[in-house]
Design a protein around this ligand. Structure first.
Ligand SMILES: CC(=O)SCCNC(=O)CCNC(=O)[C@H](O)C(C)(C)COP(=O)(O)OP(=O)(O)OC[C@H]1O[C@@H](n2cnc3c(N)ncnc32)[C@H](O)[C@@H]1OP(=O)(O)O
Ligand SMILES: O=C([O-])CC(=O)C(=O)O
Length: 376
Protein backbone atom coordinates (compact mmCIF):
# COMPACT_ATOMS: atom_id res chain seq x y z
CA UNK A 1 0.00 0.00 0.00
CA UNK A 2 1.25 3.49 -0.82
CA UNK A 3 0.39 6.81 0.77
CA UNK A 4 1.00 8.70 -2.47
CA UNK A 5 -2.01 10.88 -3.18
CA UNK A 6 -3.23 11.46 -6.75
CA UNK A 7 -5.37 14.56 -6.37
CA UNK A 8 -8.55 14.20 -8.39
CA UNK A 9 -7.44 10.63 -9.24
CA UNK A 10 -5.51 12.23 -12.11
CA UNK A 11 -3.73 9.56 -14.11
CA UNK A 12 -5.07 6.72 -11.94
CA UNK A 13 -6.46 3.66 -13.74
CA UNK A 14 -9.24 2.37 -11.47
CA UNK A 15 -10.84 -0.40 -13.57
CA UNK A 16 -11.25 -1.88 -17.04
CA UNK A 17 -13.94 -0.89 -19.52
CA UNK A 18 -15.02 -2.20 -22.92
CA UNK A 19 -17.50 0.62 -23.51
CA UNK A 20 -15.19 3.27 -24.96
CA UNK A 21 -11.55 4.13 -25.45
CA UNK A 22 -10.28 7.69 -25.15
CA UNK A 23 -6.89 7.94 -26.78
CA UNK A 24 -5.25 11.35 -26.27
CA UNK A 25 -2.09 10.32 -28.16
CA UNK A 26 -3.94 9.75 -31.43
CA UNK A 27 -6.74 12.15 -30.53
CA UNK A 28 -9.31 9.42 -31.09
CA UNK A 29 -12.40 8.20 -29.30
CA UNK A 30 -13.84 4.75 -29.95
CA UNK A 31 -17.26 3.54 -28.82
CA UNK A 32 -17.05 -0.26 -28.65
CA UNK A 33 -14.23 -0.02 -31.20
CA UNK A 34 -15.89 2.37 -33.67
CA UNK A 35 -14.43 5.88 -34.19
CA UNK A 36 -16.95 8.38 -32.91
CA UNK A 37 -16.67 10.64 -35.96
CA UNK A 38 -17.69 7.69 -38.18
CA UNK A 39 -20.65 6.96 -35.92
CA UNK A 40 -21.67 10.64 -36.06
CA UNK A 41 -21.42 10.64 -39.84
CA UNK A 42 -23.04 7.28 -40.62
CA UNK A 43 -25.35 6.33 -37.73
CA UNK A 44 -28.33 7.68 -35.81
CA UNK A 45 -28.49 8.31 -32.07
CA UNK A 46 -30.66 5.17 -31.79
CA UNK A 47 -28.02 2.98 -33.45
CA UNK A 48 -25.33 4.39 -31.18
CA UNK A 49 -27.43 3.85 -28.05
CA UNK A 50 -27.96 0.23 -29.12
CA UNK A 51 -24.21 -0.14 -29.74
CA UNK A 52 -23.29 1.19 -26.31
CA UNK A 53 -25.70 -1.17 -24.53
CA UNK A 54 -25.26 -4.29 -26.67
CA UNK A 55 -21.66 -3.97 -27.84
CA UNK A 56 -22.58 -4.29 -31.55
CA UNK A 57 -24.38 -2.10 -34.06
CA UNK A 58 -27.92 -3.38 -34.70
CA UNK A 59 -28.89 -5.13 -37.93
CA UNK A 60 -32.05 -3.94 -39.70
CA UNK A 61 -34.44 -6.12 -37.68
CA UNK A 62 -32.78 -5.33 -34.35
CA UNK A 63 -32.89 -1.61 -35.10
CA UNK A 64 -36.56 -1.73 -36.08
CA UNK A 65 -37.44 -3.55 -32.83
CA UNK A 66 -35.33 -1.17 -30.76
CA UNK A 67 -36.88 1.91 -32.37
CA UNK A 68 -40.38 0.51 -31.79
CA UNK A 69 -39.53 -0.06 -28.13
CA UNK A 70 -38.14 3.45 -27.67
CA UNK A 71 -41.15 5.02 -29.41
CA UNK A 72 -43.54 3.04 -27.17
CA UNK A 73 -41.95 4.55 -24.04
CA UNK A 74 -41.86 8.23 -25.07
CA UNK A 75 -45.01 9.52 -23.34
CA UNK A 76 -44.19 11.51 -20.23
CA UNK A 77 -45.44 9.60 -17.20
CA UNK A 78 -48.27 11.70 -15.65
CA UNK A 79 -46.82 11.34 -12.14
CA UNK A 80 -43.48 12.64 -13.40
CA UNK A 81 -45.30 15.55 -15.03
CA UNK A 82 -47.11 16.30 -11.75
CA UNK A 83 -43.79 16.19 -9.89
CA UNK A 84 -42.27 18.64 -12.37
CA UNK A 85 -45.32 20.90 -12.12
CA UNK A 86 -44.88 21.00 -8.34
CA UNK A 87 -41.42 22.57 -8.71
CA UNK A 88 -40.95 26.34 -8.87
CA UNK A 89 -40.08 27.87 -12.23
CA UNK A 90 -36.95 29.23 -10.55
CA UNK A 91 -35.57 25.68 -10.24
CA UNK A 92 -32.61 25.03 -12.51
CA UNK A 93 -33.61 22.58 -15.28
CA UNK A 94 -30.78 20.29 -14.12
CA UNK A 95 -32.53 20.03 -10.75
CA UNK A 96 -35.86 19.48 -12.49
CA UNK A 97 -34.48 16.64 -14.62
CA UNK A 98 -32.62 15.09 -11.67
CA UNK A 99 -35.86 15.10 -9.68
CA UNK A 100 -37.84 13.62 -12.59
CA UNK A 101 -35.37 10.73 -12.98
CA UNK A 102 -35.57 10.07 -9.26
CA UNK A 103 -39.38 9.96 -9.53
CA UNK A 104 -39.11 7.46 -12.40
CA UNK A 105 -37.18 5.21 -10.01
CA UNK A 106 -39.76 5.56 -7.26
CA UNK A 107 -42.51 4.61 -9.74
CA UNK A 108 -40.79 1.45 -10.97
CA UNK A 109 -42.67 -1.45 -9.42
CA UNK A 110 -40.02 -3.96 -10.50
CA UNK A 111 -37.63 -2.60 -7.85
CA UNK A 112 -39.06 -5.05 -5.33
CA UNK A 113 -36.06 -6.72 -3.70
CA UNK A 114 -32.38 -5.86 -3.67
CA UNK A 115 -31.85 -8.72 -6.15
CA UNK A 116 -34.16 -7.00 -8.64
CA UNK A 117 -32.30 -3.69 -8.20
CA UNK A 118 -29.27 -5.16 -9.94
CA UNK A 119 -30.85 -7.69 -12.33
CA UNK A 120 -29.02 -7.28 -15.66
CA UNK A 121 -32.10 -7.54 -17.92
CA UNK A 122 -34.22 -5.27 -15.75
CA UNK A 123 -31.35 -2.79 -15.57
CA UNK A 124 -31.22 -2.66 -19.37
CA UNK A 125 -35.00 -2.24 -19.61
CA UNK A 126 -34.89 0.60 -17.05
CA UNK A 127 -32.00 2.24 -18.90
CA UNK A 128 -33.90 2.21 -22.19
CA UNK A 129 -36.98 3.57 -20.41
CA UNK A 130 -35.00 6.47 -18.90
CA UNK A 131 -33.43 7.24 -22.27
CA UNK A 132 -36.86 7.19 -23.97
CA UNK A 133 -38.43 9.40 -21.26
CA UNK A 134 -35.66 11.99 -21.06
CA UNK A 135 -36.60 13.87 -24.26
CA UNK A 136 -40.12 14.37 -22.84
CA UNK A 137 -38.69 15.45 -19.47
CA UNK A 138 -36.12 17.85 -20.94
CA UNK A 139 -38.57 19.21 -23.53
CA UNK A 140 -41.16 19.85 -20.84
CA UNK A 141 -38.54 21.46 -18.57
CA UNK A 142 -37.90 23.87 -21.47
CA UNK A 143 -41.56 24.48 -22.37
CA UNK A 144 -42.73 25.27 -18.84
CA UNK A 145 -40.16 28.09 -18.71
CA UNK A 146 -41.91 29.58 -21.74
CA UNK A 147 -45.36 29.05 -20.27
CA UNK A 148 -46.09 26.40 -22.90
CA UNK A 149 -47.92 23.08 -22.53
CA UNK A 150 -46.51 19.62 -22.92
CA UNK A 151 -46.30 18.43 -26.55
CA UNK A 152 -47.19 14.79 -27.11
CA UNK A 153 -44.55 12.64 -28.83
CA UNK A 154 -44.89 11.53 -32.46
CA UNK A 155 -44.09 7.90 -33.12
CA UNK A 156 -43.47 8.51 -36.83
CA UNK A 157 -40.30 10.45 -35.97
CA UNK A 158 -36.79 9.34 -35.06
CA UNK A 159 -35.33 10.10 -31.64
CA UNK A 160 -33.82 13.52 -32.45
CA UNK A 161 -36.64 14.79 -34.66
CA UNK A 162 -39.16 13.83 -31.96
CA UNK A 163 -37.02 15.46 -29.25
CA UNK A 164 -37.05 18.76 -31.18
CA UNK A 165 -40.77 18.39 -31.99
CA UNK A 166 -41.57 17.92 -28.28
CA UNK A 167 -39.43 20.93 -27.37
CA UNK A 168 -40.52 23.41 -30.02
CA UNK A 169 -43.88 22.04 -31.18
CA UNK A 170 -42.58 21.53 -34.72
CA UNK A 171 -39.87 19.58 -36.49
CA UNK A 172 -37.14 21.90 -37.74
CA UNK A 173 -35.34 21.52 -41.08
CA UNK A 174 -33.30 18.36 -41.62
CA UNK A 175 -30.00 20.21 -41.20
CA UNK A 176 -30.98 21.13 -37.63
CA UNK A 177 -32.20 17.62 -36.78
CA UNK A 178 -28.93 16.19 -38.11
CA UNK A 179 -26.78 18.61 -36.10
CA UNK A 180 -28.77 17.75 -32.98
CA UNK A 181 -28.38 14.02 -33.66
CA UNK A 182 -24.60 14.48 -34.05
CA UNK A 183 -24.46 16.24 -30.67
CA UNK A 184 -26.40 13.38 -29.04
CA UNK A 185 -23.91 10.86 -30.48
CA UNK A 186 -20.83 12.86 -29.46
CA UNK A 187 -22.11 13.43 -25.92
CA UNK A 188 -23.18 9.80 -25.39
CA UNK A 189 -20.06 8.35 -23.82
CA UNK A 190 -16.58 9.23 -22.55
CA UNK A 191 -15.10 6.48 -20.36
CA UNK A 192 -14.44 7.26 -16.67
CA UNK A 193 -15.40 10.95 -16.60
CA UNK A 194 -16.67 12.37 -13.29
CA UNK A 195 -20.38 11.63 -13.82
CA UNK A 196 -19.82 8.12 -15.20
CA UNK A 197 -17.49 7.37 -12.31
CA UNK A 198 -20.18 8.63 -9.94
CA UNK A 199 -22.68 6.26 -11.56
CA UNK A 200 -20.22 3.39 -11.19
CA UNK A 201 -19.54 4.22 -7.52
CA UNK A 202 -23.28 4.11 -6.82
CA UNK A 203 -23.73 0.88 -8.82
CA UNK A 204 -20.80 -0.67 -6.93
CA UNK A 205 -22.82 -0.56 -3.70
CA UNK A 206 -25.41 -2.74 -5.53
CA UNK A 207 -27.88 0.12 -5.69
CA UNK A 208 -30.26 0.49 -8.67
CA UNK A 209 -29.68 2.20 -12.02
CA UNK A 210 -32.08 5.11 -11.33
CA UNK A 211 -30.05 5.99 -8.24
CA UNK A 212 -26.85 5.78 -10.28
CA UNK A 213 -28.25 8.10 -12.96
CA UNK A 214 -29.66 10.54 -10.39
CA UNK A 215 -26.21 10.79 -8.78
CA UNK A 216 -24.51 11.10 -12.17
CA UNK A 217 -26.76 14.06 -13.03
CA UNK A 218 -25.57 15.78 -9.85
CA UNK A 219 -21.94 15.29 -10.95
CA UNK A 220 -22.66 16.48 -14.48
CA UNK A 221 -24.21 19.74 -13.30
CA UNK A 222 -20.94 21.38 -12.24
CA UNK A 223 -19.20 23.81 -14.63
CA UNK A 224 -15.96 21.82 -14.57
CA UNK A 225 -17.92 18.99 -16.25
CA UNK A 226 -21.23 19.16 -18.19
CA UNK A 227 -22.24 22.56 -16.88
CA UNK A 228 -19.54 24.04 -19.10
CA UNK A 229 -21.75 24.03 -22.23
CA UNK A 230 -24.12 26.41 -20.45
CA UNK A 231 -21.19 28.46 -19.16
CA UNK A 232 -19.75 28.80 -22.70
CA UNK A 233 -22.93 30.50 -23.88
CA UNK A 234 -22.80 32.88 -20.91
CA UNK A 235 -19.21 33.73 -21.84
CA UNK A 236 -20.23 34.38 -25.47
CA UNK A 237 -22.93 36.73 -24.25
CA UNK A 238 -20.49 38.44 -21.87
CA UNK A 239 -17.99 39.01 -24.71
CA UNK A 240 -20.62 40.12 -27.24
CA UNK A 241 -18.67 39.93 -30.51
CA UNK A 242 -15.36 38.75 -32.01
CA UNK A 243 -13.82 42.22 -31.56
CA UNK A 244 -14.09 41.91 -27.80
CA UNK A 245 -12.61 38.41 -27.46
CA UNK A 246 -8.94 39.33 -26.88
CA UNK A 247 -9.61 42.03 -24.28
CA UNK A 248 -12.17 39.84 -22.50
CA UNK A 249 -9.73 36.92 -22.36
CA UNK A 250 -6.83 39.07 -21.10
CA UNK A 251 -9.02 40.36 -18.28
CA UNK A 252 -10.42 36.91 -17.45
CA UNK A 253 -6.98 35.31 -17.31
CA UNK A 254 -5.65 38.20 -15.22
CA UNK A 255 -8.43 37.41 -12.75
CA UNK A 256 -7.35 33.72 -12.89
CA UNK A 257 -10.71 32.68 -14.25
CA UNK A 258 -11.08 29.25 -15.84
CA UNK A 259 -12.23 29.72 -19.41
CA UNK A 260 -15.27 27.55 -19.91
CA UNK A 261 -15.22 25.10 -22.81
CA UNK A 262 -11.42 24.90 -22.84
CA UNK A 263 -9.12 22.22 -21.44
CA UNK A 264 -9.71 18.60 -20.58
CA UNK A 265 -8.44 16.14 -17.99
CA UNK A 266 -7.51 13.54 -20.61
CA UNK A 267 -6.99 15.37 -23.91
CA UNK A 268 -4.15 17.85 -23.82
CA UNK A 269 -3.88 18.40 -27.58
CA UNK A 270 -7.53 18.92 -28.44
CA UNK A 271 -10.74 17.00 -27.91
CA UNK A 272 -11.37 14.27 -30.54
CA UNK A 273 -15.02 15.33 -30.93
CA UNK A 274 -14.53 19.04 -31.50
CA UNK A 275 -13.90 18.93 -35.29
CA UNK A 276 -17.17 17.03 -35.83
CA UNK A 277 -19.22 19.30 -33.56
CA UNK A 278 -17.58 22.42 -34.95
CA UNK A 279 -18.61 21.29 -38.45
CA UNK A 280 -22.18 20.80 -37.17
CA UNK A 281 -22.05 24.30 -35.66
CA UNK A 282 -20.82 25.71 -38.98
CA UNK A 283 -23.82 24.20 -40.81
CA UNK A 284 -26.15 25.77 -38.25
CA UNK A 285 -24.42 29.14 -38.57
CA UNK A 286 -24.97 28.98 -42.32
CA UNK A 287 -28.57 27.76 -41.95
CA UNK A 288 -29.54 30.51 -39.49
CA UNK A 289 -27.34 33.11 -41.27
CA UNK A 290 -25.46 33.97 -38.08
CA UNK A 291 -21.79 34.26 -39.19
CA UNK A 292 -20.96 36.43 -36.18
CA UNK A 293 -21.31 33.34 -33.94
CA UNK A 294 -18.50 31.53 -35.73
CA UNK A 295 -16.42 34.73 -35.79
CA UNK A 296 -16.60 34.95 -32.01
CA UNK A 297 -15.98 31.20 -31.68
CA UNK A 298 -12.82 31.47 -33.80
CA UNK A 299 -11.59 34.66 -32.14
CA UNK A 300 -11.78 33.25 -28.60
CA UNK A 301 -10.27 29.92 -29.67
CA UNK A 302 -7.33 31.70 -31.33
CA UNK A 303 -6.79 34.05 -28.40
CA UNK A 304 -6.88 31.15 -25.91
CA UNK A 305 -4.46 29.16 -28.07
CA UNK A 306 -2.01 32.04 -28.15
CA UNK A 307 -2.35 32.90 -24.45
CA UNK A 308 -2.36 29.42 -22.89
CA UNK A 309 -2.08 26.85 -25.70
CA UNK A 310 -5.26 25.26 -24.33
CA UNK A 311 -7.72 23.80 -26.83
CA UNK A 312 -11.55 23.69 -26.81
CA UNK A 313 -13.48 20.69 -25.50
CA UNK A 314 -16.84 19.41 -26.80
CA UNK A 315 -18.80 21.91 -24.72
CA UNK A 316 -17.28 24.80 -26.69
CA UNK A 317 -19.05 24.14 -30.03
CA UNK A 318 -22.10 22.51 -28.40
CA UNK A 319 -23.10 25.57 -26.36
CA UNK A 320 -23.52 27.97 -29.32
CA UNK A 321 -25.03 25.15 -31.43
CA UNK A 322 -27.83 24.58 -28.90
CA UNK A 323 -28.33 28.35 -28.67
CA UNK A 324 -28.81 28.59 -32.43
CA UNK A 325 -31.31 25.71 -32.33
CA UNK A 326 -33.41 27.78 -29.93
CA UNK A 327 -32.83 26.16 -26.52
CA UNK A 328 -32.56 28.35 -23.42
CA UNK A 329 -29.02 28.28 -22.02
CA UNK A 330 -30.14 26.50 -18.83
CA UNK A 331 -31.31 23.56 -20.96
CA UNK A 332 -27.91 22.82 -22.50
CA UNK A 333 -26.65 20.54 -19.72
CA UNK A 334 -29.99 18.66 -19.51
CA UNK A 335 -29.45 17.88 -23.23
CA UNK A 336 -26.10 16.39 -22.23
CA UNK A 337 -27.96 14.19 -19.69
CA UNK A 338 -30.32 12.90 -22.37
CA UNK A 339 -27.33 11.77 -24.43
CA UNK A 340 -25.00 10.56 -21.65
CA UNK A 341 -27.65 8.39 -19.98
CA UNK A 342 -26.74 5.75 -22.56
CA UNK A 343 -23.06 5.73 -21.58
CA UNK A 344 -23.78 5.97 -17.85
CA UNK A 345 -26.08 2.98 -17.92
CA UNK A 346 -23.79 0.91 -20.15
CA UNK A 347 -21.14 1.49 -17.46
CA UNK A 348 -23.55 0.58 -14.66
CA UNK A 349 -24.20 -2.77 -16.35
CA UNK A 350 -20.49 -3.31 -16.87
CA UNK A 351 -19.79 -2.46 -13.22
CA UNK A 352 -22.45 -4.89 -12.00
CA UNK A 353 -21.16 -7.68 -14.23
CA UNK A 354 -17.75 -7.64 -12.47
CA UNK A 355 -18.39 -5.70 -9.31
CA UNK A 356 -16.07 -4.60 -6.55
CA UNK A 357 -17.23 -1.98 -4.05
CA UNK A 358 -15.47 1.30 -4.92
CA UNK A 359 -14.02 2.56 -1.68
CA UNK A 360 -10.60 4.26 -1.82
CA UNK A 361 -8.46 5.30 1.15
CA UNK A 362 -7.55 8.74 2.44
CA UNK A 363 -4.58 10.14 4.30
CA UNK A 364 -5.75 11.51 7.63
CA UNK A 365 -4.48 15.04 8.40
CA UNK A 366 -6.73 15.95 11.36
CA UNK A 367 -5.75 16.24 15.03
CA UNK A 368 -3.93 13.41 16.78
CA UNK A 369 -6.10 11.28 19.04
CA UNK A 370 -7.44 13.35 21.94
CA UNK A 371 -10.09 12.82 24.57
CA UNK A 372 -13.30 14.40 25.72
CA UNK A 373 -12.82 15.63 29.30
CA UNK A 374 -14.61 13.39 31.79
CA UNK A 375 -17.69 14.98 33.33
CA UNK A 376 -16.70 16.77 36.58
C1 LIG B 1 -17.63 17.49 -21.49
C2 LIG B 1 -16.74 17.87 -20.41
O1 LIG B 1 -17.04 17.71 -19.26
S1 LIG B 1 -15.23 18.51 -20.85
C3 LIG B 1 -14.78 19.61 -19.51
C4 LIG B 1 -15.67 20.81 -19.44
N1 LIG B 1 -15.17 21.79 -18.47
C5 LIG B 1 -14.73 22.99 -18.81
O2 LIG B 1 -14.71 23.39 -19.97
C6 LIG B 1 -14.27 23.88 -17.67
C7 LIG B 1 -12.97 24.60 -17.98
N2 LIG B 1 -11.86 23.69 -17.96
C8 LIG B 1 -11.25 23.32 -16.79
O3 LIG B 1 -11.58 23.82 -15.71
C9 LIG B 1 -10.15 22.29 -16.85
O4 LIG B 1 -9.51 22.31 -18.10
C10 LIG B 1 -10.66 20.87 -16.56
C11 LIG B 1 -11.35 20.83 -15.18
C12 LIG B 1 -11.68 20.43 -17.63
C13 LIG B 1 -9.50 19.88 -16.60
O5 LIG B 1 -8.70 20.24 -15.57
P1 LIG B 1 -7.38 19.47 -15.15
O6 LIG B 1 -7.13 18.27 -15.93
O7 LIG B 1 -7.47 19.29 -13.69
O8 LIG B 1 -6.32 20.46 -15.58
P2 LIG B 1 -5.62 21.50 -14.65
O9 LIG B 1 -6.65 22.25 -13.87
O10 LIG B 1 -4.58 20.74 -13.90
O11 LIG B 1 -4.98 22.47 -15.70
C14 LIG B 1 -3.61 22.53 -15.99
C15 LIG B 1 -3.26 23.99 -16.18
O12 LIG B 1 -4.03 24.55 -17.24
C16 LIG B 1 -4.86 25.59 -16.75
N3 LIG B 1 -6.17 25.44 -17.35
C17 LIG B 1 -6.81 24.29 -17.69
N4 LIG B 1 -8.00 24.56 -18.22
C18 LIG B 1 -8.12 25.89 -18.20
C19 LIG B 1 -9.13 26.78 -18.62
N5 LIG B 1 -10.26 26.31 -19.15
N6 LIG B 1 -8.95 28.10 -18.46
C20 LIG B 1 -7.82 28.57 -17.93
N7 LIG B 1 -6.81 27.79 -17.51
C21 LIG B 1 -6.96 26.47 -17.66
C22 LIG B 1 -4.94 25.38 -15.26
O13 LIG B 1 -5.20 26.59 -14.58
C23 LIG B 1 -3.57 24.82 -14.96
O14 LIG B 1 -2.66 25.90 -14.95
P3 LIG B 1 -1.46 25.93 -13.86
O15 LIG B 1 -0.63 24.71 -14.17
O16 LIG B 1 -0.80 27.23 -14.16
O17 LIG B 1 -2.12 25.86 -12.54
O1 LIG C 1 -14.06 12.85 -19.96
C1 LIG C 1 -14.22 13.84 -19.22
O2 LIG C 1 -13.45 14.11 -18.26
C2 LIG C 1 -15.35 14.76 -19.41
C3 LIG C 1 -16.43 14.22 -20.26
O3 LIG C 1 -17.36 13.62 -19.83
C4 LIG C 1 -16.32 14.44 -21.69
O4 LIG C 1 -15.34 15.01 -22.14
O5 LIG C 1 -17.26 14.02 -22.40
Amino acid sequence: MTDEIKKGLAGVVVDETAVSKVNPETNSLLYRGYPVHELAERCTAEEVAYLLWHGELPDERQLAEFETLERSMRHLDPTVKDAIDALPLSAHPMDVVRTAVSVLGALDETLTTDATWIDADLTLERSIRMWAQLPAIVAYAQRRLRDEDLVEPRDDLGYSANFLHMTFGEVPELVVVEAFDVSMILYAEHSFNASTFTARVIASTLSDVYSAVTGAIGALKGPLHGGANEAVQNVFEEIGSADGAQAWLDAALAEKRKIMGFGHRVYKNGDSRVPTMRAALATLVEHYERPEVLDLYNALETAMGEAKNIKPNLDYPSGPAYNLMGFDTALFTPLFIAARVTGWTAHVREQLAANALIRPLSLYTGPEERHVPAAS
